[in-house]
Design a binder for this molecule. Structure first.
Ligand SMILES: [Zn+2]
Length: 170
């Protein structure tokens, strides 16, 4: 019986998102993915309705100490469509800011959000990452350089996740 229980427990741990409704992920007062922007909120709602991958990403972040704020911006430096910043904070919990550049189709925007949320999960899983310097060290290890410029990294997981989210919207 014990082994059965262990299997059941680990199965539910590997699918944390299963227990979160879309409404809870979008509006719960202590949700981990937040935005003050109405358009981004609409994109999240649409993405949750249509993309199981986005649902799993947002549900996965609920089980971590990371809170993510998504902010739309009109432009980002260079050819960057989205980026993620660590918000300096000395208390418990960690805060990330995702910036996504507007001017893309809704499904491209949702894919972009999925891509950046995958990075948020990468950081959430690296529990010792607490500032920009730690972040650079993490991506020196797990990332690949997407640009010549200093401190710009990407991961294959995030690229694949963004593409998968976008495919699921069709
Ligand atoms: Zn990326």
């Amino acid at each position: 019986m014990l082994s059965v229980l262990a299997v059941v427990l680990s199965a539910s741990l590997s699918l944390p998102s299963a227990s979160y409704s879309n409404a809870a992920l979008l509006t719960s007062a202590n949700r981990h993915v937040r935005t003050t922007d109405r358009y981004v909120q609409q994109l999240l709602a649409e993405g949750l309705d249509r993309s199981p991958t986005l649902h799993a990403l947002m549900g996965g972040l609920e089980a971590t100490d990371v809170i993510v704020y998504i902010q739309p911006v009109s432009e980002l430096p260079g050819t960057v469509a989205g980026r993620l910043l660590m918000v300096p904070y000395r208390g418990t919990g960690r805060y990330l800011r995702i910036q996504v550049a507007l001017g893309r189709s809704p499904s491209e925007m949702i894919g972009l959000i999925g891509h950046e949320l995958r990075h948020a999960l990468e950081i959430a899983e690296a529990r010792d990452v607490r500032n920009e310097k730690d972040l650079v060290m993490l991506y020196e290890r797990i990332g690949d350089r997407s640009h010549e410029a200093l401190h710009q990294y990407d991961t294959a997981a995030a690229r694949l996740t963004g593409q998968r989210v976008q495919r699921e919207l069709v």
